[in-house]
Write a protein that binds this ligand. Structure first.
Ligand code: GLN
Length: 388
């Protein structure tokens, strides 16, 4: 039989997105793939309706519409504490998913090694394979998900020429402190490496934690590709608006890669999102207040059910220890949970480069009523889940 590419044989489809399909099949409350079930801000929807009758239906500039880049540069300059040039330091992509693979392809040669904190968002594994890189996993150890600088240094000593840094971290909810980032920066400088960030949860950082943009640390602007998106910040995961921010020497290359990967992000959606990029600080305070409340609701609910979990410092995921149920495979556990208990979660093993089988990831980016419905179902987990 005619063989398909060797490259694609070494990874599966996304387990996160597969879990959404399984939830749909069983009518489960889907707390697996992280996306909200509440509406985006009304200003964005109103503008989207207008835009459909305006002249935004053809390609925008491949690296992003001028209006969008200017609004994004103004917003990110404010938050990052470093001026971002809208013309030479931004590449607008189809979600941060494209931002990350375009970044990898821009700085990695086949055979290169890339350090990845683990547990990690599953796309990075496939991204590494697609770009021909060999990942070296640097453990973040539960329950605090701290790392050992010696282990990170060992990855660089083994030749890692880039580090993927998801901060706030999916799935662990870890928020890297400034001190930790400075320690990483010192190693990056010492071993002359790039850093590819994934900062899509930059505005979901719970007090007292604070988000520090890695690129804003002294000397790091020139070696950082900051990837992020509007998906989580404005509850528009389906709009697929992401971006890479980097110095011009790097964006020149990312622009080329992006151009041939996808040509451009959807022009009408870029235009409609500009109103969100111009929101005042109150919007971000409100977003954080919403998620602070949801985190409390969901974690208290898990406590009431007696399920052990970590306390996320940022993002909207929680790792639940499901070892008491004794399943040999956390994939089987999550399928049974969706089918018999009616709640969707993602098996923890899909986030790690090692064989481990103890956690399931739930997210709480849902309406309170959805979270309450999930908690009610979870309260019967010990009766309804088939024995392992
Ligand atoms: N980041 C989301 C998650 O971890 C999913 C994003 C996606 O599926 N593209 O669930």
């Amino acid at each position: 039989m005619l063989e398909l590419s060797k490259r694609t044989a070494t990874f599966t489809d996304s387990v996160i997105r597969r879990m959404t399909r399984i939830c749909n099949q069983f009518g489960s409350v889907n707390l697996s793939q992280g996306f909200p079930d509440f509406a985006p801000p009304s200003e964005l929807l109103a503008r989207l309706a207008e835009v459909s009758h305006e002249d935004f239906h053809q390609y925008s500039t491949t690296w992003g519409a001028q209006n969008f880049r200017e609004a994004l540069a103004a917003k990110q300059s404010r938050f990052m504490g470093h001026p971002v040039d809208p013309n030479s330091e931004i590449v607008v992509t189809c979600g941060s998913t494209e931002a990350m693979i375009a970044s990898m392809l821009s700085v990695i040669n086949p055979g290169d090694k890339v350090a990845v904190f683990s547990p990690f968002y599953e796309n990075y594994g496939a991204d590494a394979i697609l770009s021909g890189a060999e990942p070296i996993f640097v453990p973040l150890r539960p329950p605090t998900y701290d790392f050992d600088p010696a282990e990170l240094e060992s990855a660089f000593k083994q030749g890692a020429r880039a580090l993927i840094l998801c901060n706030p971290s999916n799935p662990s909810g870890k928020v890297f402190t400034r001190e930790e980032l400075e320690c990483i920066a010192a190693l990056v400088e010492k071993y002359d490496a790039f850093v590819l960030t994934d900062e899509v949860y930059e505005h979901i950082v719970f007090a007292p934690w604070k988000h520090t943009y890695f690129a804003s640390l002294p000397g790091m602007w020139e070696r950082t590709l900051s990837c992020s998106s509007l998906s989580k910040t404005y509850s528009i995961t389906g709009w697929r608006l992401g971006y890479v921010i980097a110095c011009p020497r790097i964006t020149e290359v990312v622009k080329k890669v992006h151009d041939f990967l996808s040509v451009g992000a959807p022009a009408p959606l870029q235009e409609a999102a500009v109103v969100g990029l111009r929101f005042p600080q109150e919007y971000y305070d409100g977003l954080l207040a919403t998620y602070t409340h949801k985190r409390e609701l969901f974690l208290n609910g898990l406590d009431a059910v007696g399920l052990k979990h970590n306390t996320p410092q940022g993002a909207y995921y929680v790792m639940v220890d499901v070892s008491e149920f004794g399943y040999a495979s956390d994939l089987d556990f999550c399928e049974a949970l969706a089918q018999y208990v009616g709640v969707g979660a993602v098996p923890g093993s899909s986030f790690i480069g090692a064989n481990e089988n103890r956690y399931a990831r739930f997210h709480f980016a849902k309406k309170d009523e959805t979270l309450n419905a999930a908690l009610e179902r979870l309260s019967e987990i010990r009766q309804k889940l088939p024995k392992a």
